[in-house]
Design a protein around this ligand. Structure first.
Ligand SMILES: *Cc1c(COP(=O)(O)O)cnc(C)c1O
Length: 366
């Protein structure tokens, strides 16, 4: 039996009637740009994150871009971030004319290693951008402490971590801004691109909000040069339906993770580490193996979905060549990039399918 890495059709089947009705409602009221559903979703995601305000934008990438911009990041500045993430985390820094400064990761969580941040901070450093990778928050206490001491902004890349917690506090509520993605494969995924910035500060909210409409306030009076980056009302309507299920879906991912953890105990497979401080939402279940290429060949043969997140750390990306990093600068990221592979963990995965994945992984990794 083939098992896909993700199957969005199954999720749609469980909420088809409500989703279809929500989309039709928007088609009828025709408030396609920043309609009432966008505001409702902003309020609900802000509440879920434990902050005051939400700003719906066109993608998770734009959420990061506008948040960094609103935090004052520009040409000549440096932004410290993880060396091991989806490309957007680094790309947005360069797009603002600033320099991304890459930091190696912790070997167990794959998140930015807080111990390595301080010596990367210079007079030019403006912000720290931790990435909450795979659904688990970075170790935020030392990061916030350093940011306070050095007066740096913190922008959380929480694209994979909506609803996840660190010591009982939600992703997106630590820094000046938190950024979420509604890319379809995220725990709360839309029917296309979408994203949201959250913040607890009214003046930051006001600035980020005008950035998404070309910097205009009021309309046609441009305070700054902004963007056209708005969450579509249709997406918001769909996301409002799905939001009702988010906690239950993330719980199911956690149950699947527990089953995998137990099944792979005592094997050569390295399972993801959920720290005591974490409520991990498992956007991905990412294992590591020394014989990863054999493992992947076996999974492919058996029709089991899998993907490497991420095969090339930032220090080795061609577009960042001019930054002058060397592979040996980042031993932990390099090892992760060589060994990790993510396997199916979506909420609708059946027990029979999960058993199939477990058998396949064990038979190859033995
Ligand atoms: C998905 C993702 C993004 C970008 O989100 P998009 O909505 O695809 O633009 C940024 N950072 C991380 C860590 C992500 O996983």
């Amino acid at each position: 039996m083939a098992v896909p890495l993700l199957d969005l059709k199954r999720q749609y089947a469980t909420i088809k009637d409500k989703t279809d009705a929500a989309v039709l409602k928007v088609l009828e009221h025709c408030k396609f740009i920043l309609g009432p559903e966008v505001k409702e979703l902003e309020d609900k995601i802000a509440a879920l994150s434990g902050v005051g305000f939400g700003i719906g934008v066109a993608s998770g990438t734009d959420a990061l871009l506008l948040a960094l911009h609103a935090a004052g990041v520009g040409p000549g500045d440096e932004v410290v971030t993880s060396n091991f993430s989806f490309f957007a985390s680094a790309g947005v820094v360069s797009r603002l004319g600033a320099r991304p400064v890459f930091i190696d990761i912790e070997p167990d969580t794959y998140n930015i290693d807080p111990k390595l941040i301080e010596k990367a901070v210079t007079k030019k450093t403006k912000a720290i951008m931790p990435v909450h990778l795979f659904g688990q928050l970075a170790d935020m206490d030392p990061i916030m402490e350093l940011a306070r001491a050095r007066k740096l902004a913190v922008i959380e890349d929480a694209a994979q971590a909506i609803g996840a917690e660190y010591k009982g506090k939600r992703a997106g509520s630590f820094g000046e801004f938190g950024c979420f993605s509604f890319y379809p494969s995220k725990n709360l995924g839309g029917a296309g691109d979408g994203g949201m910035i959250v913040t607890n500060d009214k003046s930051r909210y006001d600035f980020a909000e005008i950035l998404r409409v070309h910097g205009a306030h009021p309309k046609y009076f441009h305070k700054v040069i902004g963007y056209n980056s708005r969450l579509s009302t249709i997406q918001a309507a769909i996301l409002l339906v799905k939001l009702e299920y988010l906690d239950a879906w993330s719980e199911k991912r956690r149950v699947h993770a527990k089953i995998y953890d137990a099944a792979f105990r005592g094997t050569a497979i390295k399972t993801p580490v959920a720290k005591n401080y974490s409520y991990h939402i498992y956007n991905q279940y990412t294992i590591a193996a020394e014989n990863r290429e054999d493992l992947m060949a076996g999974l492919k043969e058996k029709g089991i979905g899998h993907e490497i997140y991420y095969p090339v750390p930032f220090n080795r990306q061609e577009c960042f060549k001019a930054l002058g990093y060397k592979p040996h600068d980042f031993p932990v990221s390099e090892k992760a990039a060589a060994q990790v592979v993510s396997i199916p963990i979506y909420p609708e995965l059946t027990s029979a399918e999960q058993e199939e994945v477990i058998e396949a992984v064990k038979s190859i990794s033995a």
